[in-house]
Design a protein around this ligand. Structure first.
Ligand code: HEM
Length: 566
């Protein structure tokens, strides 16, 4: 007969078996998985690199858990101090290698092989499809070849009027902020989208309607959703994101964005065909860039180079080769017009769908980056009044007290402002990291380490730009860092705000020209003052570097006299 005690023992035994054995099984599975990970090729090679202790299953993922974007930058510097400028981390079985040594970075960025983007870029896919930013292989190569010439300096010069008109209009909008503390990023974001609508899609102020306003808003909100997917861990998983309210919002925003891009492409194609039937054919890209369609207005000498041309000459990319026939200003065509034209005249094989992807890509890349860059410049000048005075004096020398718009030639004279822009992009690079996926092993310079195929490489631009070996006092704002004598012995890859090599930013020259016109127009009209010291900037290091505390400044109307006369 079974006693009460026997039953209790039996039940306990059952419970133990039910809990204990599955636990042992789970632990063994985790251990075997860990051993398998350890022995795999990537693991063996990855674990030869310095980095924090690895936990079974999680790797180093727990170190990033519940960290806010603003904490990542600090963490990065702590690890660089502890492990040096090559640090590995494991996100589960995913190997991530952080590089902050210019020689190592050059190996990756200057290569024609390591050009594939990391899987994190996939959040852009529903919006940008296979546009230039995320595509790879043959598609990327042929589109890059087609798009780089549309950023030829001659095309950019034709945008000077658009930059001026929109800069003037943001100056007017900012008038209502006089005497207040406000977030200047809101204004910079708005004006950047307006300029892009015109230069990328040919939607002028006159032709702007409700749909272009909705589009501008949707572009800004989409950027925000993508940011959130990067730093909110759970939203990274498509299976969770699909059920999140943000997914629905994203769908609506994409309908607006793609709706307008499709509509404009259709209209432009129709107009092109109607014009063609009437014998009106716009100048081809070739004609625009080689000077055949010249209006004969401002003819510039080939040696009219800017400081940036010198700064970036170390990694000459297709943008430099494009400009060899620099001849002058001419008829304005938006990037979209140029793409339609070259598709229609048979120069390039590109479908309407692909054109849409590229226009959307330019709208994204050209918007958030320059909005952040210009906002940081205005904050830094607000903090460094002596530097702002020098910038203003330079502008006064060029423009006196006149209100005339800037010409392309004027921008060549803005040498100190250019140094200020470059220095700001050094300290606050709008794209603080770049990520690549290695398809083949890569040997770097540091300790001749071999980085295994399959690893994700994160290039820590922010860290490189604050490397004491390359910048004497890296945390001090000093535009003289870009004086020729101070640049002479610096490694080219120690300054990469626009990335470098074959996948460098195609919009670099566009961005610098636009920044000069926009910022000079604002500074000719206002003095900026910033009350928040740099130590209190709350940096948010996700895709685009921003301040989570807002880019708060005050402005005062400018009395147009040089500083020594004030
Ligand atoms: C201050 C402003 C800007 C900065 C700091 C910047 C920075 C960058 C960086 C770092 C990359 C490489 C990204 C990567 O490899 O993940 C990039 C790529 C790109 N940028 Fe910019 N950018 C700026 C403005 C612009 C503008 C104004 C445009 C267009 C109007 C533009 C268009 C592009 C495109 C299309 C790519 C992809 C190029 C390729 O992969 O071949 N960018 N940019």
């Amino acid at each position: 007969m079974t006693s009460v005690v026997d039953v209790a023992v039996d039940q306990n035994g059952n419970t133990t078996r039910m809990i204990f054995y599955p636990l042992v099984l789970l632990a063994s599975a985790v251990w075997m998985y860990h051993r398998w990970q350890q022995q795999s090729r990537m693991s063996r090679m990855g674990n030869l690199l310095p980095g924090p202790t690895v936990l079974p299953l999680f790797g180093n993922a727990l170190l990033a858990l519940f960290k806010k974007p603003e904490q990542f930058i600090k963490l990065g510097f702590e690890y660089a101090d502890k492990y040096g400028y090559v640090v590995r981390g494991w996100l589960g079985s995913k190997l991530i290698i952080f590089l902050a040594n210019p020689e190592d970075v050059e190996v990756i960025l200057n290569s024609q092989v390591h050009i594939d983007k990391a899987s994190e870029y996939r959040y852009f896919e529903p919006w940008l499809g296979e546009g230039l930013l995320i595509s790879s292989g043959a598609k990327w190569r042929s589109h890059r070849k087609m798009i780089a010439p549309t950023f030829h300096i001659n095309i950019l010069k034709s945008f000077v009027d658009v930059f001026n008109q929109n800069s003037k209009s943001v100056v007017e909008k900012m008038r209502s902020e006089i005497g207040k503390t406000f977030d200047v990023h809101d204004h910079m974001s708005g004006v950047t989208v307006d300029i892009l609508l015109e230069t990328a899609m040919g939607i002028t102020k006159k032709t702007q309607d409700q749909s272009s306003f909705d589009y501008a808003m949707a572009v800004m909100k989409m950027c925000d959703i993508i940011h959130q997917r990067h730093y909110k861990f759970w939203l990274r998983l498509d299976s969770i994101f699909k059920f999140h309210p943000l997914h629905k919002t994203q769908q609506k925003l994409l309908d607006i964005i793609h709706g307008l891009t499709n509509k404009v492409i259709k209209q432009k194609k129709k107009i092109y065909q109607e014009n063609k039937a009437k014998g009106i054919i716009p100048p081809s890209l070739q004609e625009l860039t080689d000077g055949k369609a010249l209006n004969n207005d401002t003819v510039l000498a080939n040696n009219a180079k800017t400081l940036s041309d010198t700064v970036f000459k170390g990694y000459r990319d297709d943008l430099d080769f494009n400009d060899e026939n620099d001849v002058g200003e001419k008829k304005r065509l938006a990037f979209l017009d140029l793409m339609i034209e070259s598709a229609q005249n048979g120069t390039n094989q590109i479908s309407d769908h692909e054109i849409k992807e590229e226009v959307d890509t330019i709208m994204f890349e050209g918007h958030d980056t320059t909005a952040a860059g210009s906002s940081f410049v205005l904050c830094m000048l607000g903090l460094h009044q002596d530097v702002q005075t020098r910038v203003y004096d330079e502008l006064y020398q060029i423009f006196g007290d006149s209100d005339r718009p800037a010409t392309f030639n004027d921008t060549l004279q803005m040498k100190y402002l250019e140094r200020v822009i470059l220095e700001t992009l050094r300290m606050y690079p709008p794209v603080p990291i770049i990520a690549r996926q290695l398809k083949k092993d890569a040997q770097i310079v540091t300790n001749n380490y071999v980085l295994p195929a399959g690893a994700t490489i994160v290039i820590a631009t922010y860290g490189i730009h604050r490397h004491p070996q390359h910048y004497k006092d890296p945390d001090t704002f000093n535009p003289d860092n870009f004086l020729p004598e101070n640049m002479a012995n610096r490694h080219y890859y120690s300054y990469i705000p626009f990335s470098a090599g074959p996948r460098s930013c195609v919009g670099r020259k566009y961005a610098l020209l636009k920044l000069k016109i926009l910022l000079s127009t604002i500074l000719r009209n206002y003095k900026t003052i910033s009350d928040v010291p740099e130590e209190e900037f709350q940096l948010k290091g996700d895709i685009i570097l921003k301040r989570s505390d807002g880019f708060r400044i005050r402005i005062e109307p400018r009395v147009r006299v040089p500083s020594n006369a004030a």
